[in-house]
Design a binder for this molecule. Structure first.
Ligand code: NAP
Length: 206
């Protein structure tokens, strides 16, 4: 496929595994230059090598926690002016809302709502000035069909969706689009660990 994005620069968050890595590979196949990040350096470098060898794309890495201010600063220092921003991070843990205090909620909101908003804030005006920008937030089908044990995810991602719905209407006329990807069940490490948690809860095997 030729999406007409060859030569663009992309910052792909949480991209050493799973959906983020899938997005990075797809962009690289289109000739996009990448900065990918994740916390664990080993898997990150392995993903970067795999993407380089399969696509020939230029891939830089930043080992950082994107949910922290330091992590975002490191990511933006490596890629201050992306044409394409893929917002992604690990999802909050499943559980019973009775056990979640304010700190637990703030952590989930930080990771899955405020981090993408901060990265959009740091990059969207430069996209507007260039008259090109593509922002994709990896969220969850739980935004449309909330899942009982994923209350932290339902809450944080719905908040992000509401915010983005307003902003996207405001920037679209500058050829800057903001969209959300709402994956259902896709077999990744995250899905396997969620299924294991459900099985433990129900005392069944997976
Ligand atoms: N898979 C599904 O079926 C599904 C469905 C709906 C929603 N989602 C959501 O989609 C997102 C990605 O899920 P996935 O299934 O692709 O997960 P995954 O296979 O576990 O991969 C997660 C990736 O994110 C990185 N990461 C996690 N936390 C990070 C952080 N704080 N800073 C930087 N990198 C971080 C991980 O590397 P490190 O651990 O080394 O940092 C890894 O590269 C999650 O938010 C998940 O909740 C997934």
């Amino acid at each position: 496929m030729n999406l007409g994005i060859a030569g663009k620069r992309a910052l792909v968050c949480a991209a050493s595994k799973g959906l983020g890595k899938g997005c990075a590979m797809a962009l690289a196949e289109e000739g996009v230059e990448l900065v990918i990040l994740a916390r664990g350096r080993e898997a990150l470098e392995a993903a970067a090598s795999e993407i380089r060898s399969k696509t020939g794309a230029k891939v830089s890495t930043v080992a950082c926690d994107i949910t922290t201010a330091e992590g975002r600063a490191a990511a933006l220092a490596a890629c201050p002016d992306p044409d394409i921003l893929i917002n992604n991070a690990g999802g909050p843990p499943p559980g019973d809302f009775r056990e979640w205090n304010r700190d637990v909620w703030i952590k989930a909101l930080d990771a899955n709502m405020l981090t993408p908003i901060e990265l959009i804030r740091a990059t969207v005006d430069k996209m507007i000035a260039r008259k090109f920008g593509r922002i994709v937030n990896i969220t969850s089908s739980a935004v449309k069909a909330p899942i009982d044990i994923l209350g932290l995810s339902n809450g944080a991602r719905t908040g992000l969706t509401g915010f983005v719905a307003g902003l996207s209407r405001n920037v679209a006329s500058h050829n800057v689009t903001i969209n959300n990807l709402l994956p259902g069940a896709i077999e990744t490490d995250r899905l396997r660990s969620n299924f294991a948690a459900i099985a433990r809860n129900r005392n069944i095997s997976v």
